[in-house]
Design a protein around this ligand. Structure first.
Ligand SMILES: Cc1cc2nc3c(=O)[nH]c(=O)nc-3n(C[C@H](O)[C@H](O)[C@H](O)COP(=O)(O)OP(=O)(O)OC[C@H]3O[C@@H](n4cnc5c(N)ncnc54)[C@H](O)[C@@H]3O)c2cc1C
Length: 464
């Protein structure tokens, strides 16, 4: 990338082009995970699809490494790259809800908070995750699981079509009717196939939900995990609940007596009335009264933003993940051992349900290959202080190594760090890897888009 060619690019580009000497560079290269510090040669903040096409063609012409940045939340920081070109979609923010059709058109740079804000006005929501600052792009293309998974499936199950700029700079629509192979691949295959500049989702009736955490002391973990394992696969689909080991944050609504206490919890989201929710959760409260609960009616966007204040951008994050089919008593014993040793206030382990409506789509219908699992497990060592990096990493690795033999094989791509290796990616896509690899060869034969959980093209390979 010569300076002169960057200068020429400026003449065609409507958004901002940020180089290392620019005062905005330090801020622009940061991603959500403070453990990642990469220094791109150029950050192209695209104003529109034309800018994306220009940036892709520029990257091809100059043979540079390219990363695609949506919300910048990726675990391994795959939205940025060293020495290359970042195609930053964050300025492409627009949302149009069609209340009659119950669909929503979302610009490629939106976060889920943007989407929830827009859809909530119409009593609608798209299934996404559990934090509002996460990007729509990365979460959707990796699958997307969260508070509405059990009722409405993964985020990709609500994706109707996408606008995609391919590796050669051409623009296509991917849907069930157009380029259906590409549409199949992007529903779980991540950013391997092109830059998605716009998503069209089906939206679902969700307005006020009954939601929030219930917490128990650690001496009750075994009881709670065993109760939860039996309950969650049989629970009504309008109810989602994930399990967590956590340290109680020193802030409202938690009582001071519990601040900084290590506990276990279930975080619920019930899309229905409080009376019905209480009826469903009554037996749990009776058998194991929570030490604390904050389970109240709230607007759905409030639930989506509930953890934003705790998990602010810039913390150090080390992620390890797996899919889980069964939670045996032996696995529970290991969870108790490692989960009780949370190394810092922000560190946690979550078991997100992959059941209910998520099981209605078959594994082969999308490349998301663990439809037959019951949970997606994620162990995250998290802390604001870079000095604790090794401590949180060692805890997460040890915990994961202990539990991995009890897991289903692969892991959710969006919960993996960079460089976990091709075997992990193949294990994650199982039988779908071959088809993904063929589709990659058709749409990106030179592996131009390779700063991701990379699927290698079937016929040729460009290595880093
Ligand atoms: C605090 C936190 C909470 C999370 N909670 C959940 C959760 O509840 N559920 C869940 O499913 N996931 C969750 N995740 C994981 C999240 O899905 C991934 O981190 C995801 O990659 C974030 O997307 P992004 O657009 O913000 O990422 P970015 O870092 O911007 O991008 C990541 C990668 O995605 C691809 N990409 C992004 N946008 C596009 C696009 N428009 N076109 C093509 N490729 C693109 C690129 O390959 C890029 O390298 C969470 C992450 C964090 C940090």
């Amino acid at each position: 990338m010569e300076q002169e060619s960057i200068n020429q690019l400026r003449a065609q580009f409507r958004g901002d082009l940020i180089e290392p000497a620019d005062a905005r560079y330090e801020e622009a290269r940061k991603v959500y995970n403070g453990m990642i510090s990469r220094k791109p040669r150029l950050i192209a903040k695209c104003a529109d699809v034309a800018d994306v096409i220009t940036a892709v063609r520029f990257g091809q012409q100059h043979g540079v490494r390219v990363s695609i940045r949506g919300g910048g939340h990726n675990a391994g920081g795959l939205g940025v790259c060293d020495d290359g070109l970042v195609i930053d979609l964050s300025p492409i923010k627009y949302i149009r809800v069609d209340p009659a059709a119950k669909t929503v058109r979302v610009g490629g740079g939106c976060t889920w908070g943007d989407v929830d804000h827009a859809t909530h006005a119409f009593g609608l929501a798209v299934p996404s995750g559990i934090i509002s600052t996460t990007g729509v792009g990365g979460l959707t293309l990796g699958g997307g699981m969260g508070h509405l998974t059990r009722q409405y499936g993964l985020t990709i199950d609500s994706l109707l079509s996408a606008d995609v700029v391919l590796a050669d700079g051409t623009f296509v629509v991917a849907s069930a009717e157009e380029n259906s192979d590409l549409f199949w691949a992007i529903r779980g295959g991540g950013g391997n196939f092109g830059v998605v500049t716009s998503f069209l989702f089906r939206a679902h009736p969700v307005a006020t939900v009954c939601a929030g955490p219930m917490l128990w002391n650690l001496d009750q973990v075994a009881d709670i995990m065993k109760w939860y394992r039996d309950f969650i696969t049989r629970a009504p689909e309008e109810l989602n609940g994930f399990f967590a080991f956590l340290t109680v944050p020193p802030a409202p609504p938690f009582p001071e007596a519990l601040h900084f206490k290590k506990m276990c919890g279930l975080v619920w989201c019930y899309n229905g009335t409080m009376d019905k929710a209480n009826e469903i959760l009554g037996p749990l409260r009776k058998a194991f009264p929570p030490a604390f609960e904050f389970f109240v009616p709230m607007p759905f966007p409030m639930l989506q933003g509930m953890f934003d204040g705790l998990y602010t951008p810039g913390l150090q994050w080390y992620w390890k993940a797996d899919f889980v089919k069964e939670l045996s008593d032996d696995a529970i014993a290991l969870h108790i051992k490692h989960g009780s040793e949370l190394p810092t206030l922000h560190s946690t382990m979550h078991l997100y349900p992959v059941n209910g409506a998520a099981h209605k789509t078959k594994s082969g219908d999308t490349p998301w290959s663990y439809r037959d699992s019951t949970w997606s497990e994620v162990i995250v060592g998290v802390d604001p202080d870079p000095a604790n990096r090794d401590r949180i990493t060692a805890w997460a690795k040890n915990y994961w190594e202990a539990l991995h033999p009890y897991c289903a094989g692969g892991a959710y791509v969006n919960f993996m760090m960079d460089g976990e290796g091709e075997d992990r990616i193949r294990a994650t896509y199982k039988n779908s890897y071959g088809k993904l690899s063929q589709i990659k060869a058709k749409y990106d034969p030179d592996n131009f888009f390779r700063v991701n959980q990379n699927i290698r093209p079937a016929t040729s390979v460009a290595a880093d």
